[in-house]
Ligand binder design. Structure first.
Ligand SMILES: C[S@@+](CC[C@H](N)C(=O)[O-])C[C@H]1O[C@@H](n2cnc3c(N)ncnc32)[C@H](O)[C@@H]1O
Length: 853
């Protein structure tokens, strides 16, 4: 079960190297900033044999050097082909896929394939030992009356149990685990009876001869007030009958039957099941309909298909309009001069109105998402009473059995099941593969699918290096998928009838393959399409650049064009995208959403570069247009003080000249610029930069990093995961940060966002040191910096206000505890300020998120 990953395969998403990258990662797809390295030593013969399909000089010259990694080989191959096939960049991918396909068969590369496709990697496959241990601990916790803890342990056991394998260690064991968990759920305070009913239905589905499953369901239905239902009596009678057949103690079941018969006026005769809540729950398990009250991802497609014409090619305007109307009745599509198609208001829209709601067409969860949300509806698993897992492997988690049955991508025994490839390949790659499959097989020809297939890729404008990287990723993903399909088809999954069963999945995969399967070009195109049109699904209150839960493509949402000063906000309810106006939008005006950093977060030049690199357009919104770019409001949030200060009182800002290497500036979170003050034109000489600014900014950066490390250690210590550092260490961190603040204040423009971040760090340090009044003071300064940079009513300032309010409340509590009339008055003033900050924050957040945060 060891994970032979290290040294064989590295899939790295490097830490974003600068603020542009950080914001990219935070706000939208991270431009596929992965580095994919198959790190293998090849003999000259192996290298030569792999290069055979490509008799290009560039390729051959590469293979003559000691070829150590496939990425280099693919890059060389693609470049070689690219020179010959200039303009036909898609041709890269077929040879690349062929190379990877061969590579996967070749000695040496087989190890890599084995890692991606291994059926027994810890955490990806069923594990009987783990199941037995969790079950035993769950039973012990139940015995101690710790029902919540016991339910969690039975959940863990279920995660690693293979329900699809017959016999005592598979389906029968799962039935007992579900039944145990049902009992725990019904004993929790408050009882989770609906979830217990689901669990008892799952127990019955796993083992219909398991009397306790029927008994538990009858008890649970009765506790839910459904004792009069014929289905409840049917379940109780079935339990009794099974116990009698098995010559087991049937006393409790007999008593339950008698009580239910009495409740039903002894009218029911034996055997009539009738309709019941319990039978309904069982039915819901089997039919796999819309899960958890959320529309399935295909609903948008079906809704749009009603009334849409079939056939290939891009949908016509009327069809696209119907798609839009299904997701946003108050919206229309309009052709724009600069930005292609875009969504506009069909009528006057007030501020604070949800105008579009849509499920994704295709998506894949990130690592964080796999841990925290349902794999089908993306609802937080923490909100579900008990999680459900794939019936065969521990990888996908679901909030209900209905969501489990409705997973459009992962099926028990299918190519995604029980193998680590979907976890090891970047989420972008998995999302692209799913998108390519869905476009080719899932409702292909529907208006939604044809519309998605017509969304832009900007493929011709991609940088050649990027094309090569994407081609390599598409090729590896495609080859892995094909291999997984082949193995799933021949993998000896137990033959089991019914939708989603291994047999059905095998049939589906075989059918896709018989129809030609997805192509590597299809995956590459999907990668590019996602890069331009995909959205990062994030939790309501985002935490930072690594909080993406999934990457998803929304057919209508992807028609929204960009502005750095957007008039809509987006939020996600589970996987559903909701778009909301944040200002009134007159009829006919476009709905504009911000693809990356908004005005204030970066300079116009930085934003422009980012949008150009990822989305291939030059932004001409009012914040980026000539007059605004380079002005104080644009430069100050990232800039230095005017070089003429202190001799002059100029309040302008300057960006260092481009002669300072970008790598150096990146260390101090500075972008390059003209080197001249935006107000008075005074120049920042390179000598002054080198002799004064750089050393002091470097010392400030080092102090900040050292203090952050101390504070992190202190937090770990407070959580009991690190040895004690002590109050002296925190005080030292405070001193270091104050010194850092002084140095930065001397050189950075007072509105520079880095000053705000330094105040935030000091607030954090003071909070850990137990001085929340000092923390609040720094948060006030940080808020002031944000308010200078961001447009009025920004969510960034609102979140900062909430944080300030929290610190003020803690400071008020400390002041009140200090006692005396002075303390009481101070506490009252702090509380009044906290309430004011909260009210202001809530007003903005309600406008943007409708109370979702
Ligand atoms: C998500 S799509 C938006 C829909 C797209 N306009 C269409 O016709 O399908 C993103 C692409 O739209 C174009 N776009 C979006 N906002 C733009 C803007 N402000 N200026 C110019 N082009 C823009 C760019 O080509 C960008 O890559």
């Amino acid at each position: 079960m060891a994970h032979p990953l290290k040294g064989a395969l590295q899939l790295m998403t490097p830490t974003p190297p600068n603020t542009v990258e950080a914001a990219k990662a935070a706000c939208i797809l991270p431009a596929f900033s992965f580095d994919l390295t198959l790190d293998l030593e090849l003999s000259a013969e192996e290298a030569q044999s792999l290069a055979q399909p490509f008799a290009e000089p560039a390729c051959l010259s590469m293979t003559r050097t000691p070829a150590k990694c496939l990425r280099r080989r693919l890059a060389a191959t693609a470049c070689g082909m690219g020179i010959r096939l200039s303009g036909l960049a898609t041709c890269f991918v077929a040879p690349a896929a062929e190379a990877v396909g061969k590579a996967i068969q070749a000695p040496g590369f087989a190890d890599v394939a084995a890692v991606l496709l291994a059926p027994n990697v810890q955490g990806c496959a069923a594990d009987e030992e783990h199941v037995a241990s969790c079950k035993a601990r769950g039973t012990a916790a139940f015995g101690r009356g710790q029902y919540r803890q016991a339910a969690l342990l039975f959940s863990q056991a279920l995660q690693y149990c293979d329900e699809t394998s017959g016999g005592a260690g598979g389906a029968q064991l799962a039935a007992r685990l579900y039944c145990n968990r049902a009992l725990c759920l019904s004993k929790e305070g408050p009882p989770r009876l609906e979830a217990a009913l689901h669990d008892s239905s799952c127990a019955i589905a796993c083992d219909r001869a398991f009397a306790k499953g029927w008994y538990r369901r009858a008890c649970t239905a009765r506790a839910l007030g459904r004792g009069a239902s014929p289905g409840t009596l049917h379940d109780a009678r079935r339990a009794l009958q099974l116990l009698q057949e098995q010559q087991a103690d049937a006393g409790e079941a007999a008593a339950l039957v008698a009580e239910l018969e009495a409740e039903q006026g002894a009218a029911a005769d034996g055997g009539g099941a009738g309709s019941s809540a319990a039978a309904g729950a069982e039915g819901a398990l089997a039919n796999g309909g819309a899960a958890n009250g959320h529309a399935s991802p295909s609903e948008i497609e079906e809704a749009a298909a009603a009334g849409g014409a079939a056939g290939g090619g891009a949908p016509n305007a009327a069809e696209v309009q119907r798609l839009v109307a299904a997701a946003g009745p108050a919206l229309v599509v309009q052709q724009t001069e600069d930005a292609g198609r875009g969504l506009s208001a069909a009528e006057e829209l007030p501020a604070g109105r949800d105008v579009l709601a849509e499920q994704p067409f295709a998506f894949a969860l990130t690592k964080l998402g796999r841990r925290s949300v349902c794999s089908t509806c993306l609802a937080p698993l923490a909100d579900a009473p008990a999680p459900y897992y794939c019936r065969r492997c521990p990888m996908p988690a679901y909030c209900t059995p209905a969501c489990r049955a409705a997973d459009p991508f992962h099926q028990p025994g299918g190519p995604e099941c029980g193998r680590p490839w979907t976890v090891l390949l970047p989420a972008e790659a998995v999302a692209a593969l799913r998108l390519a499959r869905r476009l080719r097989f899932g409702g292909a020809g529907s208006p939604a699918a044809r519309h998605v297939a017509s969304l832009g890729t900007h493929f011709a404008e991609l940088d050649p290096t990027e094309v090569v990287q994407l081609a390599a990723l598409a090729a590896v993903t495609h080859a892995t998928w094909r291999q997984a399909v082949a193995e799933a088809r021949g993998g000896g999954a137990p033959a089991e009838a019914g939708p989603g069963s291994p047999a059905a999945v095998e049939g589906q995969a075989a059918d896709e393959e018989a129809r030609g399967g997805v192509t590597a070009e299809g995956v590459l195109e999907a990668l590019c399409r996602l890069q331009i049109n995909g959205l990062a699904v994030v939790p309501p209150q985002r935490r930072g650049s690594d909080d993406r839960l999934a990457l998803a493509l929304y057919p209508v949402g992807s028609l929204m064009n960009h502005s750095c000063l957007p008039n809509v906000s987006t939020r996600f309810e589970g996987g559903k995208l909701v778009v909301r106006t944040v200002e009134a939008v007159p009829a006919g005006e476009p709905l504009l959403h911000c693809y990356g950093p908004q005005a204030g977060e970066m300079t116009a030049a930085q934003r422009g570069l980012l949008l150009l690199q990822q989305y291939h357009f030059a932004c001409r919104c009012s914040a980026c247009a000539g007059a605004a770019a380079g002005q104080l409001a644009d430069v100050a949030p990232a800039g230095l003080r005017c070089p003429a200060v202190p001799a002059s009182r100029c309040e302008g800002a300057v960006l260092p000249t481009r002669t300072v290497p970008a790598g150096v500036l990146h260390r101090y979170q500075l972008p390059a610029g003209s080197g001249a003050c935006c107000a008075c034109g005074a120049r920042l000489g390179i000598e002054r930069w080198q002799e004064q600014l750089q050393p002091e900014l470097q010392s400030a950066a080092e102090a900040h990093a050292a203090a952050a490390a101390v504070l992190e250690q202190q937090e770990r210590q407070q959580q009991g995961t690190a040895p004690a550092g002590g109050a002296a260490a925190v005080q030292q961190a405070v001193r270091a940060l104050r010194q850092c603040l002084r140095q930065r204040q001397q050189h950075l423009h007072p509105h520079n966002l880095l000053l705000g971040a330094t105040h935030d760090a000091l607030a954090h340090a003071w909070h850990i040191a137990g001085n929340d009044e000092a923390a609040a003071q720094h948060l006030r300064h940080s808020l002031a910096v944000l308010e200078h940079s961001y447009p009025p009513g920004s969510t960034a300032a609102a979140f900062q206000r909430r944080q300030l309010a929290q610190a003020l409340r803690l400071a008020a509590a400390a002041a009140a505890a200090a006692g005396g009339s002075g303390g009481a008055a101070a506490a009252e003033a702090l509380l009044a300020e906290a309430r004011q900050a909260e009210e202001a924050a809530d007003a903005v957040l309600a406008l943007h998120f409708n109370g979702a945060v």
